[in-house]
Structure formats: C-alpha cells, structure tokens
Design a protein around this ligand. Structure first.
Ligand SMILES: *Cc1c(COP(=O)(O)O)cnc(C)c1O
Length: 297
C-alpha cells in the first residue's frame, strides 16, 4: 500500500487546515459585502472557529464565535488561540448543535440591530464558496499527481459538515477525472451526509453554471469510526495518531483525521481496500486540537 498525504494541514495560515481554503473565498465575500464582523461557531475546539477568527482579524474585522456547551475550566488548544486572537466567545450552555446554529443567527441579528455589518458563516464553512475551494484543490492535486506520474486508486477524506467531501467530488467532475472518494464521517449519519453533499454539489453547479452530474453511488460515506461521538477520541484513532507521528513525523488530530486514518487501517486489514492500492490521504489539519486532548494520551 502506498499512502500519499495531501498536506492541507500546512495550508500556510493560522496553523493550517482545510478551513483556510474555504475562508479564502468566504472572507473575500465578506469584504465585498463590506462586513465589519464575522460570526460563526462550533465546539470549543473547533478548527473552523480558530481559522475564521484569524482570517477575520487579518481582513480587519471582528469575530464572534458561538460555542456549544459551557466555558471549559481551562483554555487550551484552539480555544486558547481564539482568546489570543481576541474573538468574542458566546456559549450556548447546551450540547445540542442545532442550538448553536440558532444562536449564530440570533447573534448576527443582534449585531445588525446595533448597526454593525455582520457576515454569517455556518458551522464548518460548508457553503457553495467553501465547496468551490475544494473543487480547486482537486485541480491542484491532479497537477501534482500528473507531475509525479501517479494515478491513485482512492482518496480518503474526513466528512464533517460535508463541504470538503462535496467539493472534492465536484472537483473530480470539474476536471473530468474519475476517483473513488471515501469519506469517513465523524459526526453526521450517512443519510444526512449524502443529502448535504447532493445539495452542495447541485448548488455549486448552479453557481458556476457548469454541469457537475454526480451519481449517488459516487457518494461513499463510512460511519463505523465515530466511536462514542463527535470530538471523543477512539482507541483506534489514538493508535493511528501515534503510529503516523512515529513513522512520518506528521501529526494527525483527535477529532477528524485520526479517525479517518484508523478507518483506512481497518478497511485495509479487512480487505475492503486492497493492499496494493495507492491512496491519497487528505490531511485536513486539526493538530492544534491535540493540546485540548492531552488527557486522552
Ligand atoms: C472541519 C474539518 C474537517 C471536515 O471538513 P468538512 O468540510 O466540515 O466536512 C476535517 N478535518 C479537519 C481537521 C477539520 O477541521
């Protein structure tokens, strides 16, 4: 087996990750709309929230981050970075993530009422603009693979709010290449993920005015690796993180990529992925979250 890492953990901004690609377009849109504050949310260890706050700051805007639950006793990992960035933090006091979405909307409306110009980014930044950033990432990957004369058998990615997965599928349509894209869900049920991806790819095709005819069979989502829940590490993910660090000096993360690597290892052991395969592993970042999970190690 040959595993190639697409190092999107090194996207070169605010400690990296897939959200840098999405924010390149989302923040440009916020600037075009003359926004002065960006509102988003997630869990307190959200990589998306950290990168959004950093991108907003760099563009001269304020950032408000809505987090599920209550303020943790100690600020570490991504949360520490949010505080260093001077983001305003709001807690929903419940683990129900739909309340996070509602609170993001209430905070945005409140800022508008105060005469501010807020720009709302949904959790995970999985809008059409976010999706397009991953369509372009596929074009970039294809160029790199062509230069190296490598044709992979599989792409492995982590499926959260689904913009990355949808963007990659759209990207393969866009460049006219075929690929087997395997998404490992770390939060949503498969059916919900499929619905979101279908909608995102359709909306992206409409936005670009380009047909991106996705066959439902091309949406592959595996849900056997979530463990006890989103943000809760599994023993297999912990082992995968240790193994990749010790073999390659690459840090996976406890919430997303660690679980996806655990899935790749398990699916290979069980023969679902043939041993002679070449796999592109999209390392979408998240290592700052390790510092919020010290006790798990
Ligand atoms: C957000 C995130 C993902 C998932 O991307 P989505 O577009 O939300 O599906 C994967 N890995 C890391 C490290 C992330 O922060």
């Amino acid at each position: 087996m040959r595993v190639l890492f697409k190092r999107d953990d090194l996207t070169g901004f605010a400690l990296g990750g897939n959200k840098a690609r999405k924010l390149e377009f989302l923040i440009a849109d916020a600037m075009a709309k003359k926004a002065d504050v960006v509102v988003t949310g997630g869990g307190p260890q959200s990589n998306h929230a950290r990168m959004t706050a950093a991108a907003a700051r760099q563009a001269g805007m304020d950032a408000v981050l809505v987090f599920s639950g209550n303020p943790p006793a100690e600020s570490n990992g991504n949360l520490l970075l949010d505080e260093i960035l001077g983001a305003e933090l709001v807690y929903t006091k419940t683990e129900d993530t739909s309340e996070t979405d509602r609170m993001i909307e209430r905070v945005t409306a409140g800022l508008e009422a105060q005469g501010r110009r807020p720009y709302l980014i949904p959790r995970g930044g999985s809008t059409v603009l976010g999706c397009i950033s991953y369509l372009l990432a596929v074009a970039e990957l294809r160029k790199q693979l062509a230069a190296a004369k490598i044709e992979p058998d599989y792409d492995f990615i982590t499926t959260g709010s689904c913009g990355t997965h949808a963007g990659i599928l759209a990207g393969y349509k866009y460049v006219g290449a075929t690929a087997t894209v395997v998404g490992i869900t770390v939060s949503r049920p498969v059916s919900e993920g499929r619905q979101r991806i279908v909608k995102l790819v359709r909306d992206t095709a409409n936005f670009l005015g380009t047909p991106l005819p996705l066959d439902l069979r091309e949406i592959i989502i595996k849900d056997g690796y979530i463990g006890a829940g989103y943000g809760i590490i599994t023993p297999e993910a912990r082992e995968a993180i240790r193994e990749v660090a010790r073999l390659e000096g690459i840090f996976l993360d406890p919430v997303y990529t660690g679980k996806t690597m655990a899935a790749l290892i398990d699916m290979t052991r069980r023969g679902e992925i043939p041993r002679g395969s070449t796999v592109v592993f999209w390392h979408t970042g998240g290592a700052p979250g390790l510092f919020g999970h010290a006790r798990d190690f």
